[in-house]
Design a protein around this ligand. Structure first.
Ligand code: PXL
Length: 444
């Protein structure tokens, strides 16, 4: 087994627990590296901003770096808040002393407001630290300050990245949260730009810069390439923003722990879906409910953010000589069709995480009514252009009904088989309902 990498953050603390060292250590822990820290400044801070900062004497910063680097095998380090020229010079000296691979997050201000470094410190960072670093990760404001190039679009960001690399940083990543949400990676060695697309995520961003650079450092420490690490770090911070926690009156801190809890839920979701598949394939009469196009069952992770977070049968169930056969195994990302139904329903009720599609007929619908299942529907003829039918249809049916019903059906369209979708909290839950419908049909 690979050894757990030990990494170091040289940064300030945030008493509100959102940014700085707390963000770095939570990020390290959730990506599976051991985090150590050298504290540069103690900030009195909450979600509304920085109320004060007490900078530690440079020798205390050096002592902390000495303590960990003389005892542990540390190769990767990130720097965050480096508030004064003296602290930056002390850090530069120790980066050289221990031959560390440095990721510089050129922190200038807190997300919630408040300066975290002096103007003269910025120049010392540019002149003394950038030539020593492996990667620097400015946002657009920081990139503009480091390069003296105002940044209004992606081309400006590229010019700024090149200018910063001329100061000695071999790789520059301009994070685009303030621009168009994409990140620009410039590797000066090959003179290559890689654009990593992103999307604006709704949520609090307090600690997002720290979390991004800490995640990048952790993925690099695991041995991933620069571009791989930049992609993973971006997705990590997107997930952390999406799940930010509104704990104060100001900017909500990002939540790094979801990465772990989402992964922890994977086993449960796979297991539930596999048991649901067993239940359905084990009940012979279910064959009657399999549509021409086949049937699939799916279950999403809590807080699923896309098809990749939804488990389903790769392939689907089919009817073969009157029997239910399962073609494939249960995997994440295996169904886009049923996954879209669930993702649309989760917009209204986070607890509705599973669905199975079954054959439509008046008789089946009649049975659903007799079973007192709640029902809504959509008509494909009403579908606007340029929408996805499942997104639109499910949303429409839920809005019509007022909440997520047990059943959403449509009576089909040209070349489109009519369909019934059963919705519920888990794959087992919807499998049970579907099997009960099959049994009711058979008993009738
Ligand atoms: O995200 C930049 C940052 C770095 N370090 C400390 C901070 C902040 C932002 O709030 O408080 C200590």
């Amino acid at each position: 087994m690979n050894k757990t990498p030990v990494v170091l953050t040289i940064a300030g603390t945030d008493s509100g627990g959102g940014a700085g060292v707390s963000a770095d250590l939570k990020t390290f822990a959730s990506i599976g590296v051991h985090g150590t820290c050298a504290i540069t400044s103690v900030t009195s801070q909450n979600t509304t901003g920085v109320l004060g900062a007490y900078n530690l004497p440079p020798y205390v910063v050096k002592d902390q770096i000495d303590a960990v680097c003389t005892d542990m095998d540390i190769r990767w380090v990130k720097s965050g808040m480096l508030p004064s020229p003296e602290i930056i010079s002390a850090v530069a000296k120790h980066i050289k002393k221990y031959n560390l691979q440095l990721v510089v997050d050129p922190v200038m201000a807190a997300e919630a407001g408040g300066d975290l470094m002096t103007k003269d410190a910025l120049l010392v960072m540019r002149d003394e630290l950038l030539p020593l670093c492996f990667i620097v990760t400015p946002n657009t404001d920081e990139a503009a300050a480091l390069s003296d190039i105002p940044i209004k679009d992606r081309n400006d960001a590229k010019r700024a990245a090149k200018a910063i690399s001329k100061r000695g940083a071999p790789t520059v990543i301009v994070t685009g949260g303030h621009l168009d949400a994409s990140d620009i990676v410039y590797e000066s060695e090959n003179d290559i730009f890689t654009v990593i697309p992103g999307e604006f995520i709704k949520g609090g961003t307090h600690g997002s810069g720290c979390t991004y650079s800490a995640a990048l450092t952790a993925y690099l420490a695991h041995g991933h390439s620069i571009v791989e690490s930049a992609i993973y770090a971006k997705r990590f911070v997107e997930c952390a923003i999406r799940e930010s926690i509104p704990i104060g009156t100001g900017v909500a801190p990002v939540n790094q722990m979801l990465h772990i809890s989402k992964n922890a839920a994977r086993y449960e979701v796979l297991d539930d879906t596999k048991c649901a598949v067993e239940m359905i394939t084990g009940y012979g009469y279910f064959a009657e409910l399999i549509p021409e196009v086949g049937c699939n069952i799916a279950m999403a992770l809590p807080n699923a953010s896309g098809i990749h977070d939804v488990a389903a049968v790769s392939g689907r169930f089919a009817r073969l000589k009157g029997k239910v056969v399962n073609v494939g195994c249960v995997e994440f990302g295996a169904s886009s069709h049923v996954a879209r139904i669930i993702l649309a329903a989760m917009q209204f009720n986070n607890n509705i995480r599973a669905s199975v599609n079954i054959r439509y007929s008046m008789d089946v619908l009649e049975v659903c009514k007799k079973m007192k299942l709640t029902i809504s529907s959509f008509d494909r003829a009403d579908e606007p252009e340029n929408t996805n039918t499942m997104d639109w249809g499910v949303t429409h049916a839920i809005k019509e009904y007022g909440s997520v019903p047990d059943i959403i059906y449509d009576a089909g369209g040209v070349g489109k088989e009519p369909m019934i979708r059963v919705l519920g909290e888990s794959a087992l839950d919807v499998a049970k309902t579907a099997v009960r419908i099959a049994k009711y049909m058979n008993d009738a």
